[in-house]
Write a protein that binds this ligand. Structure first.
Ligand code: NAD
Length: 264
């Protein structure tokens, strides 16, 4: 066990199960000595998050649904009561109606557009507002994004717009909070089979396509993203803010299908 993050206290938001990206990052931070607190969304996930938190000697600070500001306040009040301050926060939360993660973007409804933006973009800002108050000695905030923010991806639809706005919010908040030594960054992860990803139409095709066409000829793992998470949430990245870091086995440099890639 490394001592890199010893004494650092972090809030992890977005664990649904042991395949969640948030769990990959949490585990990696714990391997480097960090103390962790977890939120969960609703009773169904509480049962999943509690044993995982226990595995890493973490606290569970309660239910948080980002569409309910009172529940965000409540978990931050719990963190303040338990720790008095906070060193880092991980936001690994996104949502769009499953039936609109299929077909054409242009058919999105106003209701789903608004809901997707609120949960997948604004929630990071709402969380940052609360975290800023507890980051008395500076801190690090990290969110998760996807290449569908930069380029069209099949079925990603309104989530692509929400990720583009989320990435922009990283830059604006980095500028706002830098003077307090609070850093704000994002990891743009390659596709990983998680609960949220299974809602995206033809996700298996995207996984295969990436596996055959990334420079590294493989998909990324929770461990790959976890290690990058440690970089951003620890002092290793002390001079880095406003960054969108691809952790995608190099997929973002690819122009067209690799000539050696098999048909599938
Ligand atoms: P996941 O299903 O394990 O996690 C998504 C989390 O979002 C869940 O814990 C869920 O409870 C939470 N959430 C959804 N709506 C919420 C709400 N209203 N209030 C509070 N929490 C809410 O899936 P994941 O793939 O680990 O997703 C984590 C993040 O990573 C998301 O932002 C996702 O867009 C991003 N991401 C995923 C991939 C991928 O391929 N899996 C790639 C790049 C980025």
């Amino acid at each position: 066990v490394s001592e890199l993050m010893r004494g650092k206290r972090g809030l992890i938001m977005g664990v649904a199960n042991n395949r969640s990206i948030a769990w990959g990052i949490a585990r990696a931070c714990r391997d480097h000595g960090a103390d962790l607190a977890f939120t969960y969304q609703g009773d169904a996930l509480k049962k999943r998050v509690e044993p995982l938190a226990e595995e890493v000697d973490g606290l569970v600070v309660g239910h948080c649904d980002v569409t309910d500001p009172a529940s965000i306040d409540a978990v931050f009040a719990q963190v303040e009561q338990a720790w008095g301050s906070l060193d880092f926060v991980l936001h690994a939360i996104a949502y769009s109606d499953k039936d609109q993660l299929d077909g054409r973007y242009v058919d999105t409804t106003e209701d789903n557009f608004t809901k997707t933006m609120l949960i997948s973009c604004y929630s990071f800002t709402a969380i940052a507002q609360r975290a800023e108050k507890l980051m008395k000695n500076g801190g690090s905030m990290l969110t998760l994004t996807y290449y569908g923010a930069e380029k069209w991806m099949p079925h990603y639809n309104v989530m692509g717009l929400a990720k583009a706005a989320l990435e922009s919010s990283v830059r604006y908040m980095a500028a706002d909070l830098g003077v307090k030594n609070i850093r704000v960054n994002a990891i743009s992860a390659g596709p990983i089979k998680t609960l949220a990803a299974s809602g995206i139409g033809d996700f298996r095709y995207i996984l295969k396509w990436n596996e055959y066409n990334t420079p590294m000829r493989r998909n990324v793992t929770l461990e790959d993203v976890g290690k990058a998470g440690v970089f951003f949430l620890s002092d290793l990245s002390s001079g880095v803010t406003g960054e969108i870091q691809h952790v995608d086995a190099g997929y973002h440099v690819v122009g067209i299908k690799h000539p050696d890639a098999p048909d599938f």
